[in-house]
Design a protein around this ligand. Sequence first.
Ligand SMILES: CC(C)(COP(=O)(O)OP(=O)(O)OC[C@H]1O[C@@H](n2cnc3c(N)ncnc32)[C@H](O)[C@@H]1OP(=O)(O)O)[C@@H](O)C(=O)NCCC(=O)NCCS
Length: 157
Amino acid sequence: MTSSVVRATPESVPQLVASAAALFAEDGGRRDPYLDVSWPRRDGLAYFADLLHRTDSQCLLALSATGSPIGHLIGRIRRANPLRPGAVVGVLESLRVDPAHRETGVATALTEEFFAWARESGANQASVTAYAANESAIRFYRGRGFAPFELTLHAPV
Ligand SMILES: CC(C)(COP(=O)(O)OP(=O)(O)OC[C@H]1O[C@@H](n2cnc3c(N)ncnc32)[C@H](O)[C@@H]1OP(=O)(O)O)[C@@H](O)C(=O)NCCC(=O)NCCS
């Protein structure tokens, strides 16, 4: 694999925004009629710039051999709470790879960085949420050790 994984910097926040906007358009935009697909372009700059300063957050970019951004991963740490006092959860909040670079191990490399960071940050579990219809993403996550735990059911009202 000739791509690399780097931590995002303040200069690369617009690249995170662009990748997140493409993710919203491709994934939630096709699967959730209530998702606001304009959110990344409207609020993403401030959101990701804030995450960069936080020790409970991880913002990664994947770069091609020529240094162009080809994907991103956002990780967060959810601290233990009174309902689950022993659980420190590494939450894989967002992951996308450019279509032209898929199936070459880019997301695997991003996810390995995420697991290492979550472990170093004290997490003892990792979690990710995917649309039930996003079968390729679910297959990808299952291949990286994730298994269904809770199930959210929706009904029209
Ligand atoms: C899901 C997604 C992130 C996977 O990204 P990716 O970079 O293609 O993933 P990888 O290449 O690391 O792994 C994908 C498959 O390719 C295989 N692969 C890895 N390196 C490979 C290589 N060099 N050659 C061929 N196949 C390879 C992996 O084994 C994996 O197969 P498996 O899941 O059966 O184990 C990507 O399809 C994507 O961005 N989808 C749209 C956005 C999305 O749905 N995001 C998730 C939201 S919850």
